[in-house]
Design a protein around this ligand. Structure first.
Ligand SMILES: [Zn+2]
Length: 268
């Protein structure tokens, strides 16, 4: 990635932290409370139903009122790549209508269920009226060239090196893998976040932490989450934005939208 030079007329190089939380579990309220207390922002991707409890309308409206963004995550948390087009589109579009009805406002961001975002599914998400969609392509601090293929930096989960390597290979995430190798193959989430912060401090970009509220509970990750928040919060000159705000800010700025190393038409 090039240095933080700026194009004439373009806004200054942004340094952004955004976070996203999938599946709309009731623990998302606790996630949001911790983030907002530290001046951070969150986008919650909420299906109408899945195999775990989902926030009710009152909880969703409290999240919105607190400043969180709510995004689509299908109607039933379906694996879209296994469905015919019409059925997949119905899952995506009906999930959007349901959530807009619950929260009383338009929903513009989507997160792919199971992280599965083949080209066919990305097209359906656009067709359903979303403006952007988040993948789980990790180890990135750019916006992604395609707003329907927004990458993330790291999952709030203590994955080991082997898991990162196999995910990156499976997803064809070559630029993510390349940057990770340059980081020296850190096996610790906090070290990876530190390296990502250093990179964004130097070059601009976005640190995108994502996870599942339910997983924080089930895997005992609250202490790790608090450490991650302490590392990311209140950095001078940085902006703490929802996914939609971060996407808009990154696309309005002078930074390259993403290394064009990864084959954009591939699975991911
Ligand atoms: Zn999910």
């Amino acid at each position: 990635m090039s240095g933080p030079s700026s194009r004439a007329g373009a806004p200054a190089v942004p340094r952004i932290v955004t976070t996203s939380w999938d599946d709309g579990h009731p623990l998302d309220e606790r996630v949001a409370e911790l983030l907002l207390r530290h001046g951070m922002a969150a986008t919650m991707y909420v299906p109408a139903r899945c195999d775990r409890p989902v926030c009710d309308r009152a909880a969703l409206r409290r999240l919105l009122a607190a400043g969180c963004e709510l995004g689509g995550h299908t109607l039933t948390h379906a694996r879209l790549k296994h469905l015919p087009d019409a059925e997949a589109l119905r899952e995506i579009a009906d999930g959007k209508s349901w959530l807009e009805n619950e929260c009383g406002q338009e929903v513009s961001s989507f997160a792919y269920t199971w992280g599965e975002a083949p080209l066919r599914v990305r097209r359906l998400v656009r067709q359903a009226g979303f403006a952007r969609a988040r993948t789980i392509r990790c180890l990135r601090t750019d916006a992604g060239a395609d707003p329907f293929r927004i990458p993330v930096t790291v999952q709030l989960y203590p994955h080991g090196r082997k898991v990162h390597l196999s995910h990156a290979l499976k997803e064809g995430n070559w630029c993510g893998l390349g940057s990770w190798l340059r980081f020296g193959l850190p096996g610790s989430l906090l070290v990876m976040l530190e390296r990502a912060v250093e990179r964004v401090e130097r070059d601009g970009g976005v640190v995108h932490l994502w996870g599942h509220g339910w997983e924080l509970g089930e895997a005992g990750l609250w202490p790790l989450f608090e450490q991650a928040v302490a590392l990311l919060a209140r950095r001078p000159g940085w902006s703490y934005l929802t996914n939609a705000q971060a996407d808009l800010a990154m696309r309005a700025c002078a930074l390259p939208q993403g290394p064009q190393v990864a084959p954009e038409g591939s699975q991911g």
